[in-house]
Ligand binder design. Structure first.
Ligand SMILES: [Zn+2]
Ligand SMILES: [Zn+2]
Length: 162
């Protein structure tokens, strides 16, 4: 049942070894926590909470250090998605990001969704967009249909044109 996650985990741990890193217990826990999360995009605090929910004896600082080291090894990427804290994701599966400006959810889409945009912008302006660091902002499906408590948060004030 967990074969996909296990396969991904093995692949990532192999990558750590390839990069000359050791696979420590903490590194494995951090990778597992990121694979297990529903959207695979976690703040440093989320990772700490996930690791410590299973192993309360790990210090926060150990988890933070591990996250930094995995980032150095290129196994994990740190991304600033919006105004909130940076999120970390595993860099082994190429993908682009959809960020909901209302609830903050991060969704993954295939890496080629922006290819046409990149081409068109390059042709028109010579500017080369880096799609990996260009999250697409908007509203997630739930927020688009939901009339929940936060639904008025981003509605611009109604204003008559002068
Ligand atoms: Zn991501
Ligand atoms: Zn949303």
């Amino acid at each position: 049942m967990h074969t996909e996650a296990t396969g991904a985990s093995d692949h990532i741990l192999e990558r750590i070894r390839d990069e000359g890193g050791r696979v420590t217990v903490t590194r494995r826990l951090v990778v597992d926590a990121m694979l297990a999360s529903s959207d695979h995009h976690l703040t440093a605090n989320d990772v700490v909470d996930a690791v410590r929910s299973r192993h309360p004896d790990f210090h926060r600082s150990t988890v933070y250090r591990t996250l930094d080291r995995l980032t150095d090894l290129g196994v994990v990427d740190r991304m600033q998605m919006g105004t909130g804290p940076a999120v970390y994701h595993l860099s082994v599966r190429p993908h682009r990001h959809l960020v909901c400006d209302r609830c903050g959810a991060v969704q993954e889409v295939p890496p080629d969704v922006l290819d046409d945009v990149v081409d068109q912008v390059a042709t028109a302006t010579g500017f080369v967009v880096d799609p990996a660091s260009t999250p697409l902002h908007g509203l997630c499906a739930a927020c688009t249909t939901d009339a929940g408590p936060a639904s008025t948060a981003l509605r611009p004030p109604t204003r008559a044109h002068a």
